[in-house]
Design a protein around this ligand. Structure first.
Ligand SMILES: [Zn+2]
Length: 190
């Protein structure tokens, strides 16, 4: 099973992240319908991302992925900007035109956690979007968030707060709050 003109991995990832323009998306979907080879590769990608596409489609703004997904993006040669954030921390972040994606490594004590939810909050602290049962790595203590690059590149300066919540039989436990102070990148000469 092969394909004469396989969809590039970078394009597959962009398609998966929902960042392909509509017209191109329709073309890709047509190809995928008639190509078992590329569909198989897309399914491989889906497996790496552990079925989080639903969250992207709903939230439209960001997704949570697994480490193998990030590794696959790197191997495909995507230009990634990575940030690391400890509980209670805040950082200044940006995205440049040449960045394909921004990865936020949200650090947290996750030993023993069975289910983890991520809540994005408005400025006043009220919950805005909740991603339930996201993938996380208890051993490294990291949650990997990827905001939509297409969306981020259109954004002016803004502040976003995220909260991690462990959900167990005994109820919910706040693990940490994280603040991202985003500013648009200043291109040289502009
Ligand atoms: Zn194909």
């Amino acid at each position: 099973m092969t394909c004469e003109n396989p969809i590039g991995f970078e394009t597959l990832v962009a398609y998966w992240l929902g960042e392909v323009p509509e017209k191109r998306e329709a073309m890709l979907e047509e190809h995928l319908l008639s190509c078992a080879y590329c569909t198989g590769r897309l399914e491989g990608l889906a497996a790496l991302a552990s079925g989080v596409r639903a969250a992207v489609k709903d939230g439209k703004v960001s997704m949570v992925v697994s480490e193998p997904f990030v590794e696959a993006m790197k191997q495909a040669g995507l230009c990634l900007r990575e940030y690391r954030l400890e509980p209670g921390g805040s950082l200044n972040c940006t995205i440049r035109a040449e960045d394909d994606a921004v990865i936020s490594r949200i650090r947290a004590p996750l030993a023993g956690v069975k289910r983890l939810d991520v809540v994005r909050m408005r400025g006043g602290g009220e919950p805005e979007v909740r991603f339930a049962d996201v993938p996380f790595d208890a051993e490294t203590g990291e949650v990997l968030m990827i905001p939509s690059a297409a969306w981020l590149k259109t954004m002016p300066a803004f502040t976003m707060r995220m909260r991690l919540i462990a959900v167990g039989e005994a109820g919910e436990k706040q693990i940490g709050d994280y603040t991202f102070n985003h500013s648009p990148s200043r291109e040289p000469g502009s």
